[in-house]
Design a protein around this ligand. Structure first.
Ligand code: HEC
Ligand code: HEC
Length: 275
């Protein structure tokens, strides 16, 4: 069944998506979609450099290790992440896209949503291709790792946050994503969709008992919001644990223009939702 969802703001940027199934079918994102700055790379070196920055913001090395060799990882709760350096050489491009954007591993297993395929399903083709080139550039090394055990996530799993990734990919599509507010904030919405939905929900509505609805941005001074997204300093308290780690390691990688666009969007969204 074909269906069309307004993914990236305006109707002209509508992404026509094939329904995501258990087989990990991947929603198609149109070529002219928005991207992170630097997605207009001219050569292979530029592509890898862009891929490195996108991978940092997507947290691949945060979870799968600096050399993508996997192991015990996590902030607050720890869990096993697979060794990508050993697995990726056997993945075809299509298989990898099914895993990264569809939530289904090469062996046909539905991944757990701790692997944020639902968020990555929104990456533009230029961002996605650079990301893949970069993660494929790591040489095989290290040991195979034990399978991820959802019981290791007790604190979060008890809140029903950890689900099967393919269902989450479909949910992200069906929800229509974060509130769309037109072209002026389209870039910021793209960044929020690809950077915040992992933990704040497909529409940035938050997860009760875990993370706030990002409407909270409306009650935060712009400068403080920018600082949180630069060095991880929290507003309600300085050290926000996981969120502070995200600020420091992921969102510090945003360009100034991207951070500004993101904050513009969050403030506009909060305004629209709280009127
Ligand atoms: C929050 C932690 C986290 C982040 C961030 C993350 N992953 Fe994962 N990833 C996992 C876990 C855990 C699994 C195993 C899930 C399972 O087996 O159900 C996994 C599974 C995978 C698989 C499937 C491996 C297999 O078993 O065949 C691939 C491929 C993968 N990740 C690539 C990536 C890439 C590329 C990125 C960055 C764009 C990324 N991951 C970001 C935690 C993460
Ligand atoms: C890996 C998970 C994760 C990601 C990704 C993430 N957040 Fe958070 N965020 C959290 C959690 C958890 C909290 C609640 C922290 C607390 O109060 O303990 C939080 C809290 C916040 C707060 C409230 C700060 C305060 O001082 O109370 C803001 C604002 C926020 N996040 C913005 C964002 C934005 C914007 C993005 C995307 C650019 C984002 N977050 C991505 C997990 C995440």
């Amino acid at each position: 069944m074909k269906k069309c969802v307004a993914l990236l703001v305006s109707a002209s940027l509508c992404a026509c998506a094939q329904e995501t199934s258990k087989s990990g079918e991947v929603p198609v994102v149109e070529e002219d979609s928005l991207s992170f700055d630097g997605a207009d790379y001219a050569d292979e070196a530029g592509k890898l450099a862009h891929g490195e920055r996108v991978a940092s913001m997507m947290g691949c090395r945060g979870c799968h290790g600096a050399e993508l060799q996997g192991g015990q990882t996590g902030v607050g709760v720890t869990f096993d992440a697979p060794n990508l350096s050993l697995l990726l050489p056997d993945y075809s491009e299509i298989e990898l896209e099914k895993a990264l954007r569809g939530g289904v591993a090469r062996d046909g297993r539905a991944l757990w949503s701790i692997m944020p395929s639902a968020m990555y399903s929104n990456l533009s083709p230029a961002d996605y291709e650079a990301l893949v080139a970069y993660v494929r550039s790591f040489p095989p090394g290290g040991e195979a790792q034990p399978a991820f055990d959802p019981a290791s996530m007790k604190r979060i799993a008890s809140l029903d946050v950890i689900k099967k990734a393919p269902a989450e990919v479909m949910h992200a599509r069906e929800s229509g994503g974060p509130l769309s507010l037109g072209n002026a904030t389209a870039k910021g919405r793209y960044i929020a969709t690809t950077s915040c939905t992992e933990c704040h929900g497909a529409q940035l509505e938050g997860f009760e008992g875990f993370s706030p609805n990002l409407d909270i941005a409306g009650s935060i001074e712009r400068g403080k919001l920018e600082r949180l997204l630069t060095d991880g300093t929290g507003i309600s308290r300085p050290d926000l644990g996981l969120m502070s780690v995200m600020g420091k390691f992921r969102f510090s990688q945003l360009t100034e223009a991207e951070r500004e666009a993101l904050v513009d969007y969050l403030l506009a969204r909060a305004d629209a939702n709280t009127q």
